[in-house]
Structures are given as structure tokens and as C-alpha cells.
Design a protein around this ligand. Structure first.
Ligand SMILES: Cc1cc2nc3c(=O)[nH]c(=O)nc-3n(C[C@H](O)[C@H](O)[C@H](O)COP(=O)(O)OP(=O)(O)OC[C@H]3O[C@@H](n4cnc5c(N)ncnc54)[C@H](O)[C@@H]3O)c2cc1C
Length: 393
């Protein structure tokens, strides 16, 4: 039986935090809910930051996870613009910036990730950008207005999307890749090869195997040096080379951490009153028989809901098959499961046609994942089949 508790502190007011707070109240919890966020904003959606918001097609208000009044209506106390600085599990409390302590019979950690920094000469110059928060996207919008050449370093989700959106805005954009194809690990070789052609045909200058070596300039970025010594003119650089879990609080509190905060199938950490969800959490996936940490929207939303349900006494295992989307050059990409380089890949359709294409990845006859361009229905069917197979194991 679950021990009753009176207060929940949700640390991290992003998508996972906001989803958890709403679910907690909807599920009938009538104690205190505090949603604590280091950012001053109401919880907002990040996916548009590299797409429609960066492109100017979406306003700040449209990014909100819930409208402001939804928190008041559900009696969720928002503590914004103040980071949690310490978990004190022995006293069932947490400490906030400024030293205030608040009661926390249960804690849900949803502190997400931060961009990995590049660590090259010139990284401190004005004009070097990362993209995680709203302010980062606003600063990048200003770069587009200035019309300077932009170099994007990193060919993962963020780098590839930013290059696409900036090209759509008419910017002079170069994409520096460490590897030979954009988003190769997520899309596989053939689909990534097609994305490379998409970038090129939409005006992105793509340089394969050209990692960033140094950034040149006095106060402001003036150029970017790549591994072979070539210096490209640049007024701004966007770094998209991955991210690291924001696990400082968890480490200090002695929670088990290893590329994320380690949780069990019910989203509980190694201290039973503390849960974790979203980009931060590393969970045991039964479907893939391995530990996963997933940095995608759907996982943050569903895992947060799951963590709250566990807190309230449900004990079903969390075992979502990962799913993500991306939008680039007017095409919608979807990725289900864990496509792997080295899998057998079968394509149906043609990405250049209106019907789009679907790539299905399998290993020894077992489907591992799928990638689709404009083929939502078929990808969903693969996802459902994978979930059914996982449930049957
Ligand atoms: C530019 C961009 C584009 C994306 N596009 C897509 C997409 O197309 N498709 C997709 O599936 N996914 C996409 N994602 C990923 C998706 O947005 C994330 O998976 C999701 O936001 C994770 O939610 P979260 O709540 O776990 O973390 P976050 O949204 O990062 O929220 C964590 C919050 O915790 C706060 N915090 C950290 N430490 C503390 C502390 N000590 N005290 C209080 N607060 C703290 C942070 O300030 C932050 O506000 C994108 C992400 C980015 C950045």
C-alpha cells in the first residue's frame, strides 16, 4: 500500500514538469504541488524553437504547454525564476536559490539537459550560440535579421533543423558535420543521404567530415576554422553537438547517476521518495532490453505522467517505444523505435514523391525501428506492431 503524502515538489518547469503537475491534480492528489523552474517563463514547448518560432511563424504565447490560468485553476503553485539548489531527502524538503526550504514529501526531478559546450578557441566570443531555451532562439532570430553568414556546427537534430530553418529564411548558412551525413545515427545511411541532398538543394552549404576547430574574431565572431585549417567567414556560429543531463542536484544528493538519473520501471530513483522523468531520466526499457535515456518530446510527456501515476500507487512498468519527429525543408520526418546502423533496412515509397517513404529497420528478423518522410500512417502502424510485440515478451 502507498504511504500517504501531503506535498510534491516538481523540480524543472519544462514539458515533463508541467505535464506531471497537471496529471497529479487530475488524478485526485489534493496536497500541495509546487512546480519549481529556474527559467522565468511559464513551461513552454521547445520543438518550435528550432522550427516555426525560429522562422518567425509562432509567437511566444503559442509555445506555452498550458495557459497561465490552468495552473491557478488546478491550484499548482508556480515558483519560477528560482532554481532548486539542494535536495534534502532526510528532511523531506528541498532548498531553493536564496536559501528558502520547502516541504517535499515526494520530489519529481525533471531538470532536462543542457547543451554540450564546444571547448574550442574563441568559444566565448559574441555571436556564438547554443539552442535550448527561449532566449537562445530569440537571439538567433536577431542573427537572421542581421543577415550575416551563419555556420552551424553539428549535424544532429538541432544542427540539421537550424540549418534548414535558417536556409528557409534566406540566410547564408553552412553546416559543418563531424561525420559524412546529417542525423545518420537517427535516420540510417539511406535516409540521411537523402536529407543531405535536401539540405544542398535548399541552399545549405554542407561540409562533411569538417569538425569545428576554432572560432576567430576579436569581440565578435568573424570566422570559423574547420579541421583542415580552412577559415570560413561567419557573423554567427550555432553549436549543436549534443547535450548533457542536468544531474547536479541528483549527484549531490547521492542518487544513482550514469548518463542521466537512473530510475526503475516505475520512474523511481535510488531514493524511493524521489522520481525522475523526461530528458534527464535513464530507464530500463524492456522492449529493447537495455537502459535508455530519450531526449524527445513524447517521452518527456508520457514518462512524467507515468512517474506521477507511480507516485500515486500504480505500478505498471514504463515501457514506451521511443518516437520523435522533425521538420526540415518542408518535410515531416518521424522516427520510431531505435533504428541502428548495421540493421537490415527495407524502404517502401520514394521520399521525392508526394506519398513519401518509409524505411523499416530490423535485426535478425525483429523490427527495431522505422523512419518516415511524410508517411505518418505507416510509421504509426510499425510503432503499434513494435509495442504489441514488446508487450508479448
Ligand atoms: C530546439 C529544440 C527542438 C526540439 N525539437 C524536437 C522535436 O522536433 N521532436 C521531439 O520529439 N523532440 C524535440 N525536442 C526535445 C524536447 O523538446 C525535449 O525532449 C523536452 O523538452 C524535454 O522535456 P523536459 O521537461 O524533460 O526538459 P526541459 O524541457 O529541458 O525542461 C527542464 C527544465 O528544468 C529547468 N531546471 C534545470 N535545473 C533546474 C533546477 N535546479 N531548478 C529548477 N529548474 C531547473 C530548466 O531550466 C528547464 O526549464 C527539441 C528540443 C529542443 C531544445
Amino acid at each position: 500500500m502507498t504511504e500517504s503524502f501531503e506535498s510534491v515538489a516538481i523540480v524543472g518547469a519544462g514539458l515533463a514538469g508541467a505535464s506531471a503537475a497537471g496529471t497529479l491534480r487530475e488524478a485526485g492528489f489534493d496536497g500541495r504541488i509546487r512546480l519549481i523552474g529556474a527559467e522565468t517563463h511559464l513551461p513552454y514547448e521547445r520543438p518550435p524553437l528550432s522550427k516555426d518560432f525560429l522562422g518567425g511563424g509562432v509567437s511566444k504565447e503559442q509555445l506555452l504547454v498550458h495557459p497561465a490560468e490552468a495552473y491557478a485553476e488546478r491550484d499548482i503553485e508556480l515558483v519560477l525564476g528560482r532554481a532548486a539548489t539542494r535536495l534534502i531527502p532526510g528532511e523531506r524538503a528541498i532548498e531553493l536559490e536564496g536559501g528558502e526550504r520547502v516541504a517535499a514529501d515526494r520530489v519529481l526531478l525533471c531538470t532536462g539537459v543542457r547543451p554540450r559546450t564546444v571547448g574550442v578557441r574563441g568559444e566565448q566570443l559574441n555571436g556564438v550560440h547554443y539552442l535550448r531555451d527561449l532566449e537562445h532562439a530569440e537571439a538567433l532570430r536577431e542573427v537572421v535579421k542581421r543577415g550575416v553568414p551563419v555556420v552551424v556546427a553539428g549535424e544532429g537534430f538541432i544542427g540539421s533543423e537550424v540549418a534548414s530553418t535558417l536556409a528557409e529564411q534566406g540566410a547564408d548558412v553552412t553546416l559543418l558535420m563531424g561525420d559524412d551525413l546529417p542525423m545518420k545515427l537517427a535516420l540510417g545511411v539511406e535516409a540521411a543521404g537523402w536529407l543531405l541532398e535536401q539540405h544542398r538543394s535548399h541552399g545549405v552549404k554542407v561540409l562533411p567530415q569538417s569538425p569545428l576547430k576554432a572560432i576567430h574574431g576579436f569581440d565578435q565572431v568573424e570566422g570559423v576554422e574547420v579541421a583542415d585549417g580552412t577559415v570560413l567567414p561567419a557573423g554567427a556560429v550555432v553549436i549543436g553537438i549534443g547535450s548533457v543531463p542536468v544531474a547536479d542536484l541528483a549527484i549531490e544528493a547521492g542518487l544513482e547517476v550514469g548518463d542521466g538519473v537512473v530510475v526503475d520501471v516505475t520512474c523511481r530513483t535510488s531514493i524511493p521518495e524521489i522520481y525522475a522523468a523526461g530528458d534527464l531520466a535513464r530507464f530500463p526499457s524492456q522492449a529493447f532490453n537495455r537502459q535508455l535515456r530519450v531526449e524527445h518530446w513524447q517521452n518527456a510527456q508520457k514518462q512524467a505522467v507515468h512517474a506521477v501515476r507511480s507516485m500515486l500507487g500504480h505500478d505498471e512498468p514504463y515501457d514506451e517505444i521511443p518516437w520523435a519527429w522533425s521538420e526540415q525543408h518542408g518535410k515531416r520526418w518521424e522516427i520510431a523505435g531505435l533504428p541502428m546502423l548495421g540493421n537490415d533496412v527495407v524502404r517502401t515509397g520514394d521520399p521525392d514523391s508526394d506519398e513519401g517513404a518509409l524505411w523499416v529497420f530490423s535485426d535478425e528478423g525483429r523490427v527495431q525501428g522505422a523512419v518516415a518522410v511524410n508517411r505518418r500512417r505507416e510509421l504509426r502502424a510499425v510503432l503499434r506492431a513494435m509495442a504489441k510485440e514488446a508487450a508479448a515478451v
